[in-house]
Design a protein around this ligand. Structure first.
Ligand code: GAL
Length: 690
């Protein structure tokens, strides 16, 4: 009944380095779970709560996330009895358990006995007990104490079939920690990177400038990021080091668990801060998962009530970023209702919670968990909604939407295709966005125009691709490019000859490469090569870069393409195309009127398109991609902003974040499984493909 693209799919899996994972069953579609903190509630209520959790449709729960004080009440003395009882009761109601490592909340004995583990902020403030996330990942002592606790936990639960997996820490972030241990660690990191040769470091950091030279690694301190004009080459290395501290700590935790765990997966719950730089950097994890909050007072949605629904691409981008890391992903936290931490914390629009659940699912996830089952009665998050309210039993509106989603999923099980069962037309527009957080770090310190926004620039391409109904993978350089008909590298500032050679080979062998302004203008240390500006990719694009200009936002410049005019101000490169290079767009004002802004050329069996300008609203980016896909005969859709469509398991899933209903033209012979062709605001349509 469905077009099966096994060969194409295998190719794609090989190309993207993905493999089928052993943890989740395709036939289950997704598992859904909820956080529960047994230590917050009277034990007499646990059974009632697990029973209701099960009756609502949940299939797993999540324990021990912040419970170090209960797990190790005194140094070296462990108490897992209470947790054993909770695991047993959960199992009685068919709830599997995700176990956590609780390293985000060290107990008070630890912080008092070993205050050197506390984070020191850039201004000298030392964080203290009484909140969370105050311990330094760079502290060898903190790591040692954490690993000792984790080893006990893993010995205890590692072979327990009721425990399906592990979540490390909680939303582990990159810490800008000025703890002396971090400073020592930074020096070691640099010694290692620069072969213990201070001259190599001085060259890399350009310290001949402003008398910044070092004579020994011992003189190096953590860069004061708040200090104006601090050496940005040093900051680049510092950020690499800081991200590595988080990654190493997670890898360390994972390795301890692996020693004891059988058939349990290990992940962590990242906040999708894409330019933070650590996501995907802990290579021992089985897969990454993320947390996502959609309604917290900012109006990034569509229309007057858009703040109750959220940004239409917020979940989609996270899906497309996390899935390619290791081929599978889950969502560890998704809000069930109001949160407590926004500037304003409104109620989500009725239907929005279910819309987000389907949005996560549409991206190909294997599980979704909600933070949290019960609304807390005390502590920092008292105003945070749960699946049930403050009485512990009354199901909230969001709780009902979870129940509905789980019911819908269960009704589909056993009746759908394999995960990668997707129509040929959809796969034909598969596109990769090549992303490296270091580009954002580097540009951030030398923006040249403070209205420039690196992630906003990436988003202009991303939102166009989503309007095309294209499956998008946001990938890093470790991935193969060859399986993607189109690869876009937006504002890819830091590059080297090796990367440029890979790009060239990709195009020559039939790939279609799109590079955009600011790309390959610096080396990996953030230095300008001693060559004409932008020359690293001149052979590839066929353009010389004459010069670049930056305009004031209230007096933007203009670019024209195929009779249409677009505005820009953040960054514009004036190109000098060589032979065989076609100009697509030109500047229409200033002293460079008539000069090229966008070019394209054939290279071997493929093409290279260069977009030298960042338009104000993404309209130029959209039309450039539209022109390119048309030229390549790649069939694209034209979905309005706010509507997205994906395929998985032989099903099409259409999501409506708009403030008006949207009527979707169902493919011929499609059978509606959930919803209807006219999708209301916050509504969902699911159909089986013929
Ligand atoms: C998340 C965090 C959870 C909880 C939640 C509240 O960022 O991981 O532990 O605090 O926010 O919305």
């Amino acid at each position: 009944m469905r077009k099966r693209l096994t060969a194409a799919l295998c190719l794609c899996l090989v190309a993207t380095g993905l493999s089928a994972q052993p943890w989740f069953k395709d036939a289950d579609l997704t598992l859904t779970g909820a956080y529960y903190y047994p230590e917050h509630w009277d034990e007499s209520q646990w059974e009632r709560d697990f029973k209701q959790m099960h009756e609502l449709g949940f299939e797993f729960t999540h324990f021990a996330e912040f419970a170090w004080a209960q797990l190790e009440p005194e140094e070296g003395k462990y108490d897992f009895d209470w947790l054993d009882r909770a695991v047993a009761l959960a199992a009685k109601y068919d709830l599997k358990v995700v176990m956590c490592t609780s390293t985000a909340t060290p107990p008070v004995w630890l912080s008092r006995k070993y205050p050197e583990i506390l984070i020191r902020q850039e201004d000298g403030t030392v964080l203290d007990h009484g909140a969370r996330q105050h311990a330094s990942f760079a502290s060898p002592l903190y790591r040692e104490l954490s690993y000792a606790m984790i080893a006990e936990l893993a010995k205890h639960y590692g072979e327990d079939a009721r425990v399906i997996g592990w979540q490390l820490d909680n939303e582990p972030a990159v810490q800008f920690d000025y703890n002396p241990a971090a400073e020592e660690g930074f020096r070691d990191f640099l010694r290692d990177k620069y072969n213990n040769d201070i001259k190599q470091l001085n060259d890399a950091w350009g310290t001949a400038f402003w008398s910044e030279a070092y004579t020994s690694f011992d003189e190096i301190t953590l860069p004061k990021r708040a200090q104006m004009f601090m050496n940005h080459h040093q900051i680049l290395d510092y950020r690499r080091f800081a991200a590595k501290q988080t990654n190493d700590f997670l890898d360390g935790q994972c390795m301890v668990i692996r020693k004891y765990a059988k058939n349990q997966w290990v992940t962590t719950n990242y906040i999708p801060n894409y330019d933070e730089g650590h996501i995907g950097g802990s290579h021992t994890l089985d897969f990454p998962s993320y947390t996502r909050y959609m309604v917290y007072g900012d109006n990034e949605g569509i229309g007057r009530r858009g703040y109750r629904v959220g940004n239409p691409l917020r979940i989609a981008f996270a899906n497309d970023f996390f899935r390619p890391v290791q081929g599978t992903y889950g969502v560890m936290e998704l809000q069930p209702g109001q949160v407590n931490w926004g500037d304003i914390n409104p109620q989500p629009l009725p239907g929005a919670v279910r819309l987000w659940l389907w949005s996560v699912f549409a991206g190909g996830s294997d599980f979704i968990c909600t933070y949290r089952y019960r609304q807390p009665l005390y502590g920092t998050e008292q105003y945070h909604y749960g699946i049930v309210g403050t009485d512990g039993v009354t199901v909230t509106p969001g709780g009902h939407e979870y129940a509905r989603f789980m019911e819908e999923i269960k009704a589909l099980r056993g009746n759908v295709g394999a995960r990668e069962d997707k129509p040929a037309e959809y796969l034909a527009r598969r596109t990769a966005i090549l992303f490296n957080h270091e580009n954002a770090w580097s540009i951030e310190r030398q923006k040249q125009n403070n209205t420039w926004d690196t992630m906003g620039h990436v988003d202009k391409y991303y939102r166009t691709l989503k309007s095309f109904g294209a499956p998008v993978d946001i990938i890093d350089e470790s991935k193969e490019l060859a399986g993607y008909p189109v690869v876009i590298a937006p504002a890819y500032q830091l590059a080297d000859a090796e990367l440029v050679t890979r790009w060239k080979a990709y195009a020559e062998q039939g790939g279609n490469l799109v590079l955009t302004c600011r790309t390959a203008q610096k080396d990996r240390y953030g230095r300008l090569p001693e060559a004409p500006f932008g020359a690293m990719i001149a052979d590839l694009t066929g353009d010389a870069l004459d010069f670049y200009d930056l305009l004031l936002p209230d007096d933007p410049g203009k670019v024209t393409m195929d009779g249409k005019t677009y505005t820009w101000n953040t960054w514009g490169e004036i190109l000098k195309p060589g032979e065989g290079v076609e100009t697509w767009a030109t500047y229409t004002d200033e002293f460079y009127e008539g000069q090229p802004a966008v070019t394209t050329r054939r290279l071997g069996k493929g093409t290279v398109t260069y977009v030298g300008v960042d338009s104000t609203d993404g309209a130029l980016e959209r039309d450039v991609l539209r022109k390119l896909y048309e030229k390549l005969a790649i069939p694209v859709m034209d979905l309005p902003y706010g509507v997205t469509m994906e395929y998985r398991n032989g099903m099409g899933i259409v999501l409506n974040y708009m403030d008006t209903p949207y009527t979707f033209r169902l493919p011929e012979g499609a059978k509606v499984l959930v919803g209807e062709a006219t999708i209301p605001t916050a509504g969902v349509l699911v159909f089986a493909v013929k």
